[in-house]
Design a protein around this ligand. Sequence first.
Ligand SMILES: NC(=O)c1ccc[n+]([C@@H]2O[C@H](COP(=O)([O-])OP(=O)(O)OC[C@H]3O[C@@H](n4cnc5c(N)ncnc54)[C@H](OP(=O)(O)O)[C@@H]3O)[C@@H](O)[C@H]2O)c1
Length: 264
Amino acid sequence: MNLLDHCTVLITGASSGLGREFARQLAARASIMVLVARRAERLESLKAELERPGLTIYSRPADLSDPAEVEALIGWIAETGLQINFLVNNAGLGDHGRFETADWERLRQMIEVNIIALTRLTHALLPTLKAQAGAAILNVSSVASFIPIPKLAVYAATKAYVTSFSEGLRAELSASGVRLTTLCPGPVPTEFGRVAERTENPEPVEAVGGLYVPPAKVVADALHAVECDQARVVPGWKVALTMAFAAAIPMAIFRWFLNRRGRA
Ligand SMILES: NC(=O)c1ccc[n+]([C@@H]2O[C@H](COP(=O)([O-])OP(=O)(O)OC[C@H]3O[C@@H](n4cnc5c(N)ncnc54)[C@H](OP(=O)(O)O)[C@@H]3O)[C@@H](O)[C@H]2O)c1
């Protein structure tokens, strides 16, 4: 049986964008879904939309930038005895603008959500995942993890962590029954860009319209990659081609482009 059929899945960042799409695409197949994000009303309306006989949905509001709330979530999972066999570490946020003018609290939250919460949830749930007949982790990284990006310097660095951590852990888990796939999307039309934009002194974001991949395609490709036990997936051929081209450019030349963008 495919491990996504009748799975018990935990999805972080389920109130919007890719996380909500993961919930929608998995609703027909999962037996139990745990939806996590801060906006409780969004989780409740998604739960109401997706409920069907044979599917139990828990909506768990939690601020993943607060380590105490992450621990409370882990404690609740242990108390309820849920046998999670699919962990989708999707919650994340960006901050667009120069590092020196960034709000420290926002950078701290980004590091907490993108790195610490993802790592902590993976660490806490790994024993449960390993105890299942088949289990998987899907870590949502970004193509930003492959290249440093001026004005998204901290965000790109958090995603570089996610991709590196995921590849290392996948190797550690290769002899176990736990699969690990890293999803590296390019631009996706979600709330991400608006959230990343600063309210004070916003800086214009470069248009990348031609590279946009719809959330439904990103999520379908990601779930297919999990089913095929693929290490990494970059949805959309234009994005994949662009990244392959960027990877072939010598760093000294690439740095010249980065410096131009950094000065702009
Ligand atoms: N969209 C893109 O272009 C793009 C490209 C590459 C990678 N990604 C990655 O894809 C993932 C999903 O992003 P998206 O595009 O779907 O963006 P989105 O629409 O803004 O969704 C982000 C999700 O993360 C949750 N989240 C943010 N801060 C949180 C916190 N402190 N505690 C709990 N949940 C929190 C949000 O929920 P609440 O606000 O309700 O808490 C929301 O559900 C992220 O990891 C992002 O880095 C996105």
